[in-house]
Every structure is written in structure tokens, then in C-alpha cells.
Design a protein around this ligand. Structure first.
Ligand code: HEM
Length: 356
């Protein structure tokens, strides 16, 4: 969830500036079999996104001597887990990773979304799951032999921009300072602005005691789905910390005593007109398409991995089997972005980039 520059909403005055026109859709483009429609401007907007984020990571490196993630920089830690596919799934769901009822090793990185480093403040929170030992060719050209399937989730059901064009408009606005940010908010206040505010107001006390969503769709065989992970830990969470690092401290304290678990779920797109592929700001209503559990994530008691051992890992929705191909404009812009930024930060830090 890449809100890469901090800004304080209360400090913003309203402005009449108009920014970020809607994406330039090709008038003639028809949706493909997955419901995707690729705007003519997408390649240029993707290049602009990569360039902006590269500049920010490089600037951070020039200042601190270390290259950090541009988004989700603050980790609460990485945890080891087992990802077990549920038995006897219906054939429509038993596709790709979910085809066989078997268990995989996994690692999960929990994080804050923006540059807000104090956990007592509201923010998006990330849950990035890497399932390991997954055979079959993967979608990233130079990592086609990787044996990993990643799922990136955040703690809100919808994202706050529709596509690459809108993301570039948003980034330009917040890079321009308070007035241009206020302009963006003014012109997007009732939809994207409201989602952004809702995300930024989200609080939690333990990353293990929450629900997370992919917000963006993926393929599941011939269908389209979204993912969600719902905490299924029974018993109470006795949180020990209320300080600025409470999410790390409470997760560590919990896993020092006992394990945790999540149900991993998929939601199938049943009503194409109400469940768009190209607009993750629109929620696919659970009343129309409920989530079904396809796997259980067990996190045993453990010492949580911190520091470079956790930071050196790279997660992207494109570490994926073709059966789970990410779909829609936001997913497409993430393909080049995550790859380039992961490469850049590893290069700058002189670290090897290796998929487990
Ligand atoms: C325009 C759209 C987006 C852009 C440009 C973007 C960009 C980024 C970048 C640059 C990173 C750091 C990658 C690295 O250094 O390895 C990142 C991490 C992350 N993003 Fe996004 N992102 C976008 C949308 C989303 C969405 C829709 C989600 C919703 C689930 C999301 C969830 C995450 C998570 C959980 C991480 C942390 C992964 C980790 O722990 O390594 N992002 N994003």
C-alpha cells in the first residue's frame, strides 16, 4: 500500500485545483476473457510509476546509506508458517496451488503500509505470504524457476486508486505539497479520498488478530477471484504493549507463548458488472459472493524473524503460477514496480536477491 510521502490531512486547506483526470481508456478496447481492459496510456504510466519510486528509494539510500522498501517499509517481523490446502475443494476452486490437499512451508511478513512508523497511529497494515516448494513455471521471466507463490494482502477490502494513470496523478499531487494534495482530495473526496481516509484510520493491536484482503483480483483457473485471510486464533490475545512498536511487541509476545492461525479464503467473481476487474476501489460484496476457505495457515509458537533476515525477502503478486495470474491495472503496474524496486534495493545494499 504505497502512500509514500507522509501528509497530514488536517493541515490541508481545500483547493480548486483539478488533478489526475480519469484514465484514458481506449474507446474500442473490449474486455479479454478475464475481464481486463488495458488502457493505451498504461505503459507510459507504469514507466512513470517505476521512475518515481526508483527516485525515492535512491534518495533514501543517498541520505541513509541503506535502501529500504518504498512502501510497507516498517516490518513487524517475518514468521514461519504452514500453508495447508483444504481437502475436497470443488473442482472450480481446486486449481493451481489449491489442486492438491497438501501442506507447504510458508513465510509471512507483517508490515505498516505507509511511512507512518508509530503503530498507535492508523495506517494500512500488510500481510505478505510466501508459500514455498510450489512446483510449476512462474510468471516472472527471470524467476520462472522459482518455487514460490506469493499472496499480498492488506487490512482493508478496497484499494484507493483505480489504475496506473490515477496512481501517477495521486503521487504527483502528494509530491507537490499541501496545495496539490488538497486539490487531489477535493476532486476525489467522495470516493478515493474517503477510502484513503478509511485506510489511514485503521488501527489494530496485534497483526495476528486481524483480517486482510488482496483488494485486487487474480485468476483462479478460468474464474476470477479475490483473496482474504481471516484470523482463526482461538483464545484471547493478551497484548502487552501500547507503545509505538506495539504490533511487533504484541506479535512477539503472543508467539513466544502460543501459535496463531488464519483461514485463507477466495471470493469468486459472480456478477461481472458489479465486480469489476479494472477497479479495485469497488468492493465485491460478500452478500453477492461469499468467501470460501481454501487453506489454513498455521503459525507455530516461535521467535519472530527481525532485521535484514526479514528485509532481504522480496514479495510480489507476480511470484505466481499462471493459474493465479494477477488481474487488472493495479496488478499490472505492480509487476514491473515490485521487480524493479526489489532489484534496486538489493543492488544498492550489495545483497543477493534469492527466492527461497
Ligand atoms: C499502484 C499500486 C501499487 C504500487 C505502485 C505498489 C508499490 C509497492 C512497492 C514499491 C512495494 C515494496 C516492494 C519491495 O521493495 O520489495 C510494495 C510492497 C507492498 N505492497 Fe504494494 N503497491 C501497490 C498496490 C498495492 C496493493 C493494491 C496492495 C494490496 C494488498 C499492496 C500491498 C503491498 C504489501 C503487503 C507490500 C509489502 C510486501 C512485503 O512485505 O515485502 N500494494 N508495494
Amino acid at each position: 500500500m504505497p502512500i509514500t510521502r507522509p501528509f497530514t490531512l488536517s493541515a490541508l486547506a481545500l483547493s480548486l485545483a483539478t488533478l489526475a483526470p480519469c484514465a484514458a481508456w481506449s474507446a474500442t478496447a473490449l474486455p479479454n476473457a478475464d475481464g481486463e481492459v488495458i488502457p493505451e496510456t498504461e505503459a507510459a504510466d507504469t514507466a512513470a510509476t517505476v521512475s518515481m519510486i526508483r527516485d525515492m528509494v535512491q534518495k533514501g539510500f543517498d541520505t541513509t546509506g541503506h535502501a529500504f522498501r518504498d512502501a510497507h517499509r516498517k516490518a513487524h517481523g517475518c514468521v514461519k508458517a504452514r500453508f495447508t490446502v483444504a481437502p475436497q475443494l470443488p473442482p472450480t476452486l481446486a486449481q493451481g496451488l489449491f489442486a492438491q490437499a497438501r501442506s507447504y512451508d510458508a513465510v509471512i511478513r507483517y508490515s505498516n503500509g505507509s511511512q507512518v512508523q508509530d503503530d498507535t497511529k492508523g495506517d494500512a497494515r500488510g500481510m505478505a505470504i510466501k508459500v514455498m516448494g510450489v512446483d510449476g513455471p512462474k510468471l516472472l521471466g527471470d524467476e520462472a524457476g522459482a518455487r514460490t507463490q506469493d499472496f499480498l494482502l492488506m487490512n482493508h477490502p478496497v484499494f484507493f486508486v483505480r489504475n496506473a494513470r490515477d496512481y501517477v496523478g495521486f503521487q504527483k499531487a502528494i509530491s507537490g505539497g499541501a496545495w496539490t494534495t488538497a486539490g487531489w482530495l477535493t476532486t476525489h473526496i467522495f470516493h478515493e479520498g474517503a477510502i484513503l481516509l478509511a485506510i489511514q484510520n485503521r488501527k489494530m493491536t496485534n497483526p495476528l488478530n486481524a483480517r486482510y484482503w488482496s483488494t485486487t483480483p487474480s485468476r483462479l483457473g478460468t474464474q476470477q477471484v479475490k483473496y482474504s485471510a481471516v484470523s482463526c486464533t482461538s483464545g484471547s490475545f493478551t497484548d502487552v504493549s501500547t507503545g509505538p512498536d506495539l504490533l511487533r511487541e504484541n506479535m512477539e509476545a503472543h508467539l513466544a507463548r502460543q501459535g496463531a492461525c488464519f483461514d485463507f479464503k477466495v471470493q469468486t467473481r459472480t456478477q461481472p458488472t458489479k465486480m469489476p476487474i479494472e477497479d479495485p476501489t469497488i468492493e465485491w460484496k460478500e452478500s453477492a459472493a461469499p468467501f470460501t476457505t481454501v487453506a489454513r495457515i498455521e503459525i507455530p509458537p516461535q521467535q519472530v524473524e527481525q532485521g535484514e533476515a526479514c528485509e532481504i525477502r522480496s514479495f510480489t503478486p507476480w511470484h505466481s503460477l499462471a493459474e493465479h495470474r494477477p488481474l487488472g491495472g493495479i496488478q499490472r503496474v505492480r509487476k514491473a514496480t515490485y521487480l524493479e524496486i526489489s532489484r534496486l534495493r538489493h543492488d544498492l545494499n550489495g545483497q543477493p536477491r534469492v527466492e527461497p
